[in-house]
Design a protein. Sequence first.
Length: 181
Amino acid sequence: MDPVGTWPLTPVPAVVRRFDPPDLPYGAGHRGVDLAGRPGQEVRSALPGQVTFAGRIAGRGVVVVDHGPTRTTYEPVAASVSVGTAVAAGAVVGRLELAGSHCQPHACLHWGWIAGRTYLDPLRLVDAAGPVRLLPLTGELPAEVGSGSTGRRTGGVGAAVSRGVGSLARLGADAIRARAP
């Protein structure tokens, strides 16, 4: 069962880009979610923990909070905490920066959640990942699954499970196409 966390931005932000785990360790994908924000907005820790990194990586401000079996990441953030600081869920860890945002000209927070080396959907922490949907092995394709679609769900399950669901969905879609007249 997932821990219950808090949104790192308040009020509850719009999700600009959802979680899309890579199929391979260094493959393409989106290893977190992007949340709409504004420059200078307070960024809060989603769970209680200890700050293990607060600094700049490749010109971007990054804060990492360790929660025992998992850790959360926040960027681009001008840190207001230092390494070793204990934080409560909802505690301010910094302010959102525009520089380094890949949502430019707008500001957005890239929020990640990791267990070991496995990326997880951070929206699971706030129960916003959405329902799991599997494609049928027979019958017609749902309207939202068409050519170019991976059939992969982009949130709510761990990377390994998500890859498995995506593979099943692609197999199901291929089977349906093969049976079509």
